[in-house]
Design a protein around this ligand. Structure first.
Ligand code: PHE
Length: 446
């Protein structure tokens, strides 16, 4: 709608689902989920996580898509148009979260690109000698290389966002997402048949409820929002490119299901191998990058498998990064009347610069804040604070403020009555806000 031209739209409903799933499925599933599970006690965390996706994730997802489709605007503009008052602040918080998340997301995504190359240049040999961890540490303590890869990744992201909504993203997701899925299945077979895999499977799937603390709950909630791309207006923005005839609840459910499935499968690859190779499950952000090379090292043609895997992980990260930048870009286009080119390039470069401290912190070149390095701190503020708060307000908005509009939107003005409308509404009204507030407070206290 900027500059008086028609708002861009997805080519089809499946295009939207793929793009939304592309946003959701990313480093959150394959890099972040396993190390969160590892740091938060294993199976008990997984159970809490899945419960939160069902109860809260789906409802907030549907709420966001409905808001965006109704308003046909960016995260801030949507709240302005539907209600005004203080509500646009929720969108603002989302745009801020987009800046923060993409800043460090680009750093980790850069790692995936570097690892494609490393697959052919010594990584496999090092893994065979049990030195995959040394390769990892050697790499992240070399900020020049890390930042160069981050820059390359950001340029690719900016370029695609600058090209606009319909062009390309949909097409690539259609092929590459199923490929990632398939590869995960192959890797599960390899991982669970390693000697000593059993204790990893137990750690991942046999819950020990004494391990659930306030910290576990907070981490699981943050992970749920992060992984589903919720709480920051990403689904509002993507929903705004959706045509009026599409029916929303099924789309929201499919995106939640796909995302959870990919995370679950990633855990089934990582944990058996973590235990088989005697890696510390709480190893943190390096977990995937240390564990998987070991697995590939045990497979014939390991470097090819490794390169293929990191290539697909790169693609998954790219489709998520695009959605993060799109939130910011759409805001500057709709509200500041900037062109798509100016918004994408200017903000993309700013975000790249914001990510540099994350890279330096990992290299040990910056002080820590309360035991967390810069990347960890940025991630904590975005995922455990901004996203849950955003989700809380989005649920309240639909539950109490814009209720009739939401009903119209999810029932497509009565042409597609959604039987679960009433339960959904009550989740948005009561269940989600109370649960988020409770977890948020216990999580912070902890
Ligand atoms: N969901 C993405 C992932 O799992 C990250 C993301 C968060 C994308 C928030 C958009 C918004 O990698």
């Amino acid at each position: 709608m900027s500059n008086g031209t028609e708002r861009e739209q997805w080519g089809s409903k499946i295009g939207f689902i793929l793009a939304a799933a592309g946003s959701a499925v990313g480093l959150g599933n394959i890099w972040r989920f396993p190390y969160m599970v590892g740091q938060n006690g294993g199976a008990a965390f997984v159970l809490v996580y899945v419960a939160l996706i069902f109860i809260i994730g789906f409802s907030v997802m549907l709420a966001e898509i409905a808001i965006g489709r109704a308003a046909q605007l960016n995260a801030v503009g949507s709240f302005k148009k539907l209600k005004g008052g203080v509500w646009p602040l929720v969108g603002w918080m989302g745009v801020a979260a987009g800046f923060i998340i993409l800043s460090y997301y680009g750093v980790i995504a850069g790692w995936t690109m570097a690892y494609i190359v490393k697959s052919f240049t010594g990584l496999m040999g090092a893994a065979a000698d049990g030195a995959a961890a040394d390769v990892f540490v050697g790499f992240i303590t070399n900020p020049g290389a890390v930042i160069a890869w981050q820059a390359l990744f950001m340029v690719i992201t900016i370029y695609i966002v600058y090209k606009g909504i319909g062009g390309g993203i949909e097409k690539y997701c259609k092929v590459l997402m199923p490929a990632l899925f398939l590869l995960l299945l192959i890797l599960i077979v390899r991982s669970v048949t390693l000697e000593g895999a059993g204790s990893g499977i137990n750690f991942y799937l046999k819950p020990d409820f004494s391990k659930i603390t306030g910290g576990t709950l907070g981490a699981a909630l943050g992970q749920a929002f992060f992984s589903l791309s919720l709480g920051m207006g990403c689904m509002i923005t993507y929903g705004s490119y959706l045509g009026k005839k599409e029916v929303l609840p099924g789309a929201a459910a499919q995106v939640c299901f796909l995302d959870t499935m990919v995370a679950f499968l990633a855990g089934l690859v990582i944990f058996p191998a973590v235990f088989a190779f005697g890696i510390e499950p709480g190893a943190g952000p390096g977990l995937t990058f240390i564990t998987l090379p070991n697995v590939f090292g045990q497979m014939p043609g390991g470097s090819v498998w490794s390169a293929l895997f990191f290539l697909l992980l790169f693609v998954a990260a790219l489709t998520s990064a695009i959605s993060l930048l799109e939130v910011v870009t759409a805001y500057f286009m709709d509200e500041m009347k900037w062109s798509r080119a100016k918004s994408a390039w200017t903000m993309g470069v700013v975000i790249f610069l914001l990510g540099i401290p994350s890279a330096l912190g990992l290299a040990g070149m910056l002080p820590k804040f309360g035991g967390r390095d810069f990347l960890d701190s940025a991630d904590f503020i975005a995922s455990n604070v901004l996203l849950p708060l955003g989700g809380l307000f989005i649920a309240l908005f639909v539950g109490w403020v814009w209720t009739d509009g939401a009903k119209q939107e999810v029932e497509n003005s009565g042409t597609a009555p959604f039987g679960l409308y009433v339960p959904w509404l009550w989740v948005c009204r009561i269940v989600a806000p109370l649960a988020i507030a409770y977890i948020f407070i216990t999580g912070l206290k902890w």
